[in-house]
Design a protein around this ligand. Sequence first.
Ligand code: NAP
Length: 472
Amino acid sequence: MAEIDGKTRVLGLLGNPVAHTFSPAIHNTVAEETGDNVVYVPFHVESEEQLGDAVRGAYALNLLGLNVTVPYKQAVIPYLKEIDPVAKAIGAVNTLVRVDGGYRGYNTDYKGLRRALEAEGVVIWKHDVVIVGAGGAARAAGFMCGEAGVKRLCILNRTVEKAEHLAADIKALFPKMEITALPLTQSAKIPFQKFLAIQCTKAGLAPNTNETPVASPLFFQKCELAYDCIYNPEETLFLKKVKEHGGTGWCGIGMLLYQGIAAYELWMDSHVPQRAVDLAREELLSFLRAGKRKNLVLVGFMGSGKTTVGKTLARLTGCPLVDCDEEIVRAAGKKVTEIFQEEGENGFRNRETALLKSLVASGKEGVIYSTGGGVVIREENRPLLKELGTVVLLDISAETVIARLGKDRTRPLLQGPDRTKKVRTLLVRRKDAYQQAADLEVDAGHGTPEEIAKNILARTGFAGAGRKDRRG
Ligand code: NAP
């Protein structure tokens, strides 16, 4: 990476929060590849009252350009010297470019979406387009359609008034476009035989990965191509349904990447070469996926070694090990066997789900979680586990379980005679759930706990709370 010297120009991000931003991953990678003497830094702006000072201060300090993120994309508009007409119509600005006396505001989300679609070979203007949603991303998508020359557009939204409002705003700037607004429930009335769908709602965003804004088979039969602005998960239920019906679809990573590239090009007034774009994509992907590496979550059948391997992982990484069953026991004030006896398996599972939700909400990083053997059974728990961290399945055979559990009689689900048969039946029954929950499977039937733990560290890249340092 180029050294910072007296000529280095500063680019930055204004927002709150900014601590987990992916933007430095894009811009500093591009700068490194192109050799541009710039550095990109996030700036935390505590409140809206300080936003004007932040923009004026940035100009006074000779900052070349800025991104603006949540919650200031609208609030920043009064502090601009100039505004791009499309950004004005969208009503949100995410990029500030230095001009004489201040900054000119742009919206690069719509440019990013357009380039992401074009990069996939989509000739946008040739399609009838259905936008699902009417929030910020949908506004960017709607104006992108106008700019790209789309002739017929249909906007579907849960709150139809917002779809109608957006339709009127787009029509004002692109009067030749035919635009229909419909409530989500009336997707059957979409006036097209085939269409390109742009999914702009929050339905399906992690951890609510079992949601989709539309479920009607007719919608998916007519949907030839689909772009889902969501990138976490990389394949939403919406995209899955598109593909099941023979359509082609992409997730929002390209939009995220190209909104950054478009901003960089505006700041530097030059074209970013393809190699720098490719490197920025790689860096962005590894940044987004590393977000999942914040914790390790061990799942597996009883006796698969979650505690032993967990302890070894904790020793090797210096991270704390949290045993979920122990947390449940502590909160309930009774043993697992007592919870099963008094509240039934369902009562125990309710406690387990509540614990997972609170662990996700805590936002803690650098923790190794050892979970109960049956945590994966509940469908609702699987996305929560993935949200918590990288989920590692300790894979094990029924024979090894029996050999390891020996005479252990504390396992509530293995009470009574014929334990071997019970283990086999439970393993078969849970196999799919384990595989759906896991990001990766590790053979836990062979090797020492240290070998298994080292294998996990090598395959996940987990390094506890320590993250790769980045400039900015
Ligand atoms: P927003 O302004 O808050 O709008 C949210 C939209 O989602 C509204 O249309 C809302 O409908 C709809 N919605 C929310 N929950 C829903 C549900 N359960 N079922 C159906 N509709 C639902 O949010 P936004 O900024 O537009 O972001 C929307 C999505 O796009 C987010 O998932 C975001 O991550 C993604 N995004 C991606 C990029 C990228 O670069 N890839 C950029 C921007 C946004 P109502 O109007 O009825 O409330």
